[in-house]
Design a protein around this ligand. Structure first.
Ligand SMILES: Nc1ncnc2c1ncn2[C@@H]1O[C@H](COP(=O)(O)OP(=O)(O)OP(=O)(O)O)[C@@H](O)[C@H]1O
Length: 295
């Protein structure tokens, strides 16, 4: 299957600083993809490149198998909700809908109106007077009404209270189930994404560390605990993501695969939170499967 997003050695720099470098990825279509990384990791840069709002400084990027271009037909397939929810503050919700309808050939006006009224979002109030949560919901409805094949969301939950977070995610998941689109959403809080995403990308200091199916990542990573002397007995080729030594005890997060371990190790499953945290604490660790790994 052609990946939704495919990049090879993609990089973008601002003057001398590389915001993203050596990014080789193949993100499958039809998935809800979590893009996780600390502040300044390069998440927005990658999303802006995928949305066609930034040009690469090096490398290539394909969306649904085609190089990015700015023809209306190509851009119509992509919706992007940027970090600072960019709704024109003086426009009412009704005016924003009209705006969207006029600009987007595939606009689903009936769906958007029905959804806004179900969410009890007022249509005659200027966007600037809505609460942060309401603005996020309106922005998401607008992004979805375009009927995109690829939806890019840059920290859609930032600054929302728990109820608004829940409502925004519920709206998103309902729409994903209806439309079967590909969604990439960034966050630095993995717990927001655990229940919704099925593919994980971690990005750290401008580099992609992990890209993989979440179930598969959880099935292949294990947390090992044992005496510190046993560290020397670990298989030499075992991919170790991180290890810590506390007194006489060692803890190791490793991508186990078919490796056999000495019986001194206690082997436990790892949660997605723990897995992400370990990778993000070790910028040099990588478990990136190659670009051909899409199934
Ligand atoms: N317009 C710009 N000019 C100069 N440097 C920039 C610009 N935009 C981003 N950067 C730098 O590029 C790096 C990656 O930034 P980016 O916004 O992509 O990170 P991020 O992972 O989205 O961070 P956050 O979680 O804080 O939003 C950072 O070091 C940032 O300072």
């Amino acid at each position: 299957m052609t990946p939704a997003i495919e990049s090879r050695d993609l990089g973008r720099r601002y003057r001398r600083t590389w915001a993203l470098r050596g990014c080789t990825l193949a993100l499958p279509e039809g998935r809800v993809i979590a893009l996780v990384g600390p502040n300044g990791a390069g998440k927005s840069t990658l999303l802006n490149l995928a949305a066609g709002l930034l040009q690469p400084s090096e490398g290539t990027l394909r969306i649904f198998g085609e190089p990015l271009d700015d023809r209306p037909a190509a851009l119509a397939r992509i919706s992007y909700m940027a970090q600072e929810t960019a709704l024109y503050p003086t426009f009412t919700v009704a005016e924003l809908l009209t705006f969207g309808r006029r600009l987007n050939p595939g606009w689903d006006d009936r769906w958007a109106r029905e959804r806004l009224s179900r969410l009890r979002l007022p249509s005659d109030v200027p966007a600037g007077r809505l609460s942060g949560g309401q603005r996020a919901q309106v922005a998401l409805v607008l992004a979805l009404a375009k009927r995109p094949r690829l939806l890019l969301l840059d920290e859609p939950l930032a600054s929302l209270d728990p109820v608004a977070r829940h409502d925004v995610m519920a709206l998103l998941m309902e729409s994903v189930a209806e439309a079967g689109m590909t969604v990439v959403l960034s966050s630095h809080i993995i717990s927001d994404l655990v229940d919704t995403c099925d593919w994980l990308v971690t990005i750290n200091q401008g580099r992609v560390q992990v890209s993989g199916d979440i179930d598969e990542l959880l099935a292949t990573h294990r947390l090992l605990t044992g005496p510190r002397e046993a560290l020397d007995s670990l298989p030499p080729r075992l991919p170790v993501v991180a290890h810590t030594v506390n007194g006489r005890q060692a803890s190791v997060l490793a991508r186990i695969g078919a490796h056999r371990l000495a019986p001194v190790w206690t082997v436990n499953e790892v949660s997605l939170d723990e897995l992400v945290l370990c990778y993000l604490r070790q910028p040099a660790s990588s478990a990136l499967p190659g670009p051909t790994s899409v199934r």
